[in-house]
Write a protein that binds this ligand. Sequence first.
Ligand code: 6PG
Length: 469
Amino acid sequence: MENNTYDFGLVGLGVMGRNFILNVADNDYKAFGYDLDPEKVSALIKEGGDKGRVNASGDISSFVDALSLPRKIMLLVPAGKIVDAVIESLLPYLSPDDIIIDGGNSFFTDTDRREEYLKNKGIHFFGAGVSGGAKGARKGPSIMPGGSQEAYAQVQPIFEAVAAKFKGEPCVAYLGPKSAGNYVKMVHNGIEYGLMQLITEAYDLLKKGATVSNNELHEIFTKWNNGRLQSFLIEITAEIFKKEDNLGEGHLVDKILDKAKQKGTGKWTSQNAMDLGIPVPTIDMAVSMRELSALKEDRIKANTMFSKPESILKNKKELEEKTEAALFFAFIITYTQGLHQLADASKEYDYNLKLNTIAKIWRAGCIIRAGLLEDISEAFDVDMELQNLLLSPVFKEKITSSLPAAREIVAYAANQGIPMPGLFSALSYFDAYTSGRLPLNLLQAQRDHFGSHTYERTDREGIFHTDWS
Ligand code: 6PG
């Protein structure tokens, strides 16, 4: 092995890291991997070594020495303290102007802190969200880089080669300074949580409302994926419904425990939206439902205490059509909320995000890729300053045509006791966002009544307080 000959270094040869580095090598770059686990090192050499473009080591100085200058080292390790530890272990071996890229789901303020810390040591650091799971990493993920544009320019050709392509365009673009890349990936995941929750609700509704079987669900989701709901998540859901259980009878989906886990990016999206003062209730609900799902024992007990309303079954065909429309409506609202958060964060954190570019790099490779993103990028192409998709003429017809079904499904689910908090929240968000006057005048009066918090008036300027009693 000759020193300084490898174009790209990757730390962390887990599933994502191994697939990403093989993708880099497929694109004719020489890539070198590093992991403390000798099994992962030899697995990579075995899988990619015959190409002559992939090598790996468990020795950090051999790893760093193998890379050409300025070194481009990507970290695909779990977010948190491990990222700091890896940075510390690399530092003694690096040269000025080397570049470290964090490809994990790091919290955005950690990225800002690390960039600042490494700048003082002459090392470039930036975060680049990578979406698409193992398959995406191998065949083409969507990549969301931020940070120093100068440092990104060094990596740009590699990222553009490995990223997913949408009609020939790479699904990667420089998004903005500092932690813009990690921030956008965080919100991507918030939207991911929202869409996933909505899909589970549609599944529940079809089963409870029209006794739709798994085989039928497979057919329905396959059909939906060929229409306006076309998306990666609908596509994999269709696949899930046909998977047989290899440990027993029937379909695997029925045997999976209904307690959802999370690594926290959806929760961060919600928390930060609260900090910004931007409503993202469908994402909030998706987080809450994962939490509620975890309360399995409580749910079983409560289920015996309260009976559900008598079931009134719906016509299968009709319910399928209405659910499709309601889901389409709620998908639009979920993207709307996430993108509204991005529009606001862009100002708050000086990211200078281009929402049309973000929508474009989400069209392929990532988990939330969907046909809808074409329309979303068009809406932001038409109006770069657009804050909320609901204000875009591009979405008016799509919303008005799917809205009646959303209302009908919400009413039916409420009467049947079927929990659909994602859809309910999407509809209420829409109804509130499109209300010129909300009843929050009363809330202001209450605040002033018990706490002299003051209020403004509709008919004159100024701040008022009333002695209510
Ligand atoms: C992606 C995903 C990925 C995320 C998983 C798990 O874009 O490829 O968002 O980054 O880690 O989806 O997330 P949870 O464990 O929080 O569901």
